[in-house]
Structures are given as structure tokens and as C-alpha cells.
Ligand binder design. Structure first.
Ligand SMILES: [Zn+2]
Length: 432
């Protein structure tokens, strides 16, 4: 296949991208395309659309996706009601139910350009049904999506004898990553112990770590320092992620300055989930209400790898969403005061290359570069700014050198009230 007339980030002019044997074999300027139109090569015209490596969702829960309203809608919208409602719904979940909802979500994600996702499967028991089903899906849906499965102890690790056993069992049967939820444990000390237990299991089974960390407005929740320190001691920084870390928004600046040094030294990644963070946090505040999202911009400026996740999708925690990453990015940019021109232009990193670092994809597995896998998307927008501004559709999603999804651009006509003359609206090129 040859993709022609594609725009690239930060490059002038239009490019061709040749895909052969599931690999990007060449990228070059349109005028230099050597064999375009040759017999047998499928030609896909990007019509000036921006080509990107696929979007990456760094944090999602398939096991609760598409359960909103079951058994009841979350009327308060709070995290606590969500955990209760979700517990009720999960009690009746079967492997078929998990699969049906996850497969639908995967297809919607694929249509919106996502080809790599890290999901968190609840292992709070009594059985590992969610995790086992997600591990099957990881293999069955490979042609659609690269899925990393984290064993996530939603109800904590230190409250019952079985919780740690289940987490270890999850590692044994093939979970890619080991999770934790230290701020949910009964005491600070148990929270610290739980972090160490997560690292112990990850070390023993050679897994990565992704901990739901300090997902609260409580400024005394400081497990991020424990996660970073453990990562330093054990030399596991490049394989460790702290998700959410929302409490950081309320740390005093002197502590945050010291903390940033530790995080930077550790090399861990941070994942923020703007849609659920801004909706679930700030719930104990009277006005003024805090935004509830971690310090994304200062972390990036300090050189820490930050990426974004959708987290929840059509469930008790977050009842909206499309499963796409551009609405997540849009919310994040607003909530984090990242609306400077350069912030906006660079922001696609949060759902592409930074996500690849979080997921540990490595240079050979991701990127719009010759020699890498033939996975890419063509946006209905000419550049990064317009892509973010319009939350552009993915015109073409290509995986393994084949078209996986296509969304023809929408057309809108307006009619001059005086003359009735029709004009087609070009939403996607502001001309800036
Ligand atoms: Zn989560």
C-alpha cells in the first residue's frame, strides 16, 4: 500500500508513506515518490490529512465499560457511589458479558485511531474472572489492538488474607502488570506496605508496575513518594507508572518541589485521566471547587513522562465518553491550563509518543518511521493544532498495512438566507 498526500507533524509539504510486509518501508516527499501508481499497489489518498502513529490509551477499565445505568445510574456522580454500584454490577458479570462489552469498546477505539491500550482488570475477587477474560481478549483481539493487562486490586491489598494471594495468582497466570491502590488501604502504614507488596510481586514475576496512586483530594495522600523511592531502590523506574496522582494538585509547593526531584530521579511515568479526574475529584469541596487533576504541565516541564488515559467509559465512574482520546486530550488541556499555542501543538504527544514510553513499547514497535510496524492513522485535519481544535475524525486507521477503519469526512452546507446559494462549510481548516 502507498499512502499519498499525507501531512506530517512539524514538516512542510506533503509526503508519501509506503507500507510493505506489515512494515513502513519508506517515507518521503511527494515529488520523490519512486513507484506511486505501480500495478498492484493499493493507493490511499490522505488528501492533505495529518498522518500520526496510532493513539495510545494509557489507562482504561474494560471490565466496567458500557455498564452505565446498570443496575442504576450514579445519581450523585461520586467515586464512592460508583464503587458501590460497580460492585453490584460486577457481581453478575460473566466472561461472555465482559467480552461482549470489551469487544465493542475495542472496535470503537480502533475506529478512533487507538491501537495500544493498558487496561486494569479488577482482581478483588472472589475469582479472577475479569482478569482471565481480559487475558483471553488480549490474545483474541491482537489484530485490532495491542492490550496490556494490569491486575488491579480495586478493594485494596491489606484488608484480607486473600487479596495478596489473588494478586500473585494474577501474575502467575499472565497479567502483564501489577497494580495497587495504597490510598484506599486502612492506614498510611498499610498503604506503604501495599506498595512494597506490589513491587515484590512485580519483581518476582518480572512484570511492570502500574499503581492507582493518590486518587483523592486528600493532600496527605503521599504514596507517590513511596512508589518513586521503591522504583529507585529496585532499579525499576522505567517499568513503573503512577496513575492519577490527583492529590498532588493540593500539595504545598515546597513539598512538591522536593517530590519532583524524587520522581525525576526515579524515571517513573505518570498517567493522568482528565475526564474522570475532573468529574470524580473535588467532591468534598464547597466552593471554590478544585479541578482534581495532577500537575501535568509542571511535570512535563520537569522532564517527567506524562501520558493520558480515558480511565472509565460509559460506566458508574464516568457515564459519558466515546472511548476516543481526542476528547480526553481536550479536557486535559483545559483543566491543566495548557492552552498556549505551543502547548496545543505539542499536546498530541500525551496520547501518542508519551503513551508509548509509559507502555514501554520501545523504538522498534511504535512510530511513524521507516522500519517500524505499518500502524498509523490519517486525521481529517491538516496539522496538530487543527486536529486538537476540531477533535478531528480519524479518516483512516491502518494496522498491519491494512485499513482497519474508515470515517469519511462529514459535510455541512449552509444556505445564504437572501439568495439561497449553498456553500460547503470547511470546519477543518481555519486558515490560521
Ligand atoms: Zn483506573
Amino acid at each position: 500500500m502507498i499512502i499519498v498526500n499525507a501531512a506530517l507533524r512539524d514538516q512542510e509539504g506533503l509526503y508519501f508513506i509506503r507500507l510493505e510486509n506489515r512494515t513502513i518501508s519508506a517515507i518521503g516527499k511527494m515529488g520523490e515518490a519512486p513507484r506511486i501508481g505501480e500495478a498492484g499497489a493499493e493507493v490511499l489518498d490522505a488528501e492533505g490529512g495529518l498522518a500520526l502513529p496510532p493513539f495510545i490509551d494509557s489507562h482504561l477499565h474494560y471490565d466496567s465499560a458500557l455498564t452505565a445505568g446498570e443496575p442504576n445510574w450514579n445519581r450523585s456522580g461520586t467515586l464512592f457511589d460508583a464503587i458501590e454500584l460497580n460492585g453490584e454490577r460486577q457481581a453478575s458479570a460473566t466472561p461472555e458479558d465482559y467480552k461482549r462489552r470489551a469487544v465493542q469498546t475495542i472496535k470503537w477505539q480502533a475506529a478512533q485511531g487507538i491501537q495500544h491500550v493498558r487496561i486494569h482488570a479488577d482482581v478483588s475477587g472472589p475469582k479472577l474472572t475479569s482478569l482471565e477474560t481480559m487475558l483471553e481478549l488480549r490474545d483474541e483481539m491482537k489484530a485490532w489492538m495491542d492490550i496490556q493487562v494490569v491486575a488491579f486490586p480495586q478493594m485494596g491489598l491489606m484488608g484480607g488474607a486473600r487479596a495478596l494471594e489473588l494478586l500473585e495468582e494474577a501474575a502467575k497466570i499472565g497479567a502483564d502488570g501489577i497494580g495497587g491502590i495504597p490510598h484506599f488501604e486502612m492506614t498510611r502504614e498499610l498503604g506503604v506496605e501495599s506498595v512494597k507488596a506490589t513491587f515484590d510481586i512485580a519483581e518476582r514475576y518480572d512484570r511492570f508496575i502500574d499503581i492507582h496512586c493518590d486518587e483523592t483530594d486528600d493532600e496527605h495522600a503521599r504514596f507517590i513518594e513511596v512508589v518513586a523511592a521503591e522504583a529507585i531502590f529496585r532499579g525499576m523506574g522505567s517499568r513503573t507508572t503512577a496513575s492519577h496522582v490527583t492529590a498532588m494538585h493540593s500539595y504545598n509547593n515546597a513539598y512538591a518541589a522536593k517530590l519532583f526531584g524524587v520522581i525525576k530521579r526515579s524515571g517513573i511515568c505518570i498517567v493522568a485521566n482528565p475526564l474522570s479526574n475532573i468529574s470524580l475529584q473535588g467532591r468534598f469541596d464547597s466552593f471554590p471547587v478544585r479541578r482534581g487533576i495532577t500537575r501535568v504541565k509542571p511535570l512535563l516541564e520537569a522532564g517527567v513522562n506524562v501520558s493520558f488515559g480515558h480511565d472509565n467509559f460509559l460506566d458508574a465512574f464516568y457515564s459519558l465518553g466515546t472511548s476516543g482520546m481526542l476528547p480526553v486530550l481536550h479536557m486535559g488541556l483545559h483543566a491543566c491550563h495548557m492552552l498556549g499555542y505551543e502547548d496545543i501543538r505539542r499536546s498530541l504527544d500525551l496520547i501518542t509518543v508519551n503513551g508509548a514510553v509509559t507502555l514501554g513499547l520501545g523504538e522498534d514497535r511504535y512510530g511513524l518511521v521507516a522500519g517500524r510496524p505499518a500502524n498509523l492513522i490519517i486525521m481529517d485535519a491538516p496539522d496538530a493544532f487543527e486536529c486538537v481544535r476540531t477533535q478531528a475524525a480519524v479518516k483512516w486507521a491502518v494496522r498491519g498495512g491494512k485499513v482497519l477503519a474508515a470515517t469519511p469526512p462529514a459535510t455541512t452546507k449552509i444556505f445564504d438566507p437572501a439568495t439561497g446559494d449553498a456553500e460547503t462549510v470547511d470546519w477543518f481548516r481555519s486558515g490560521l
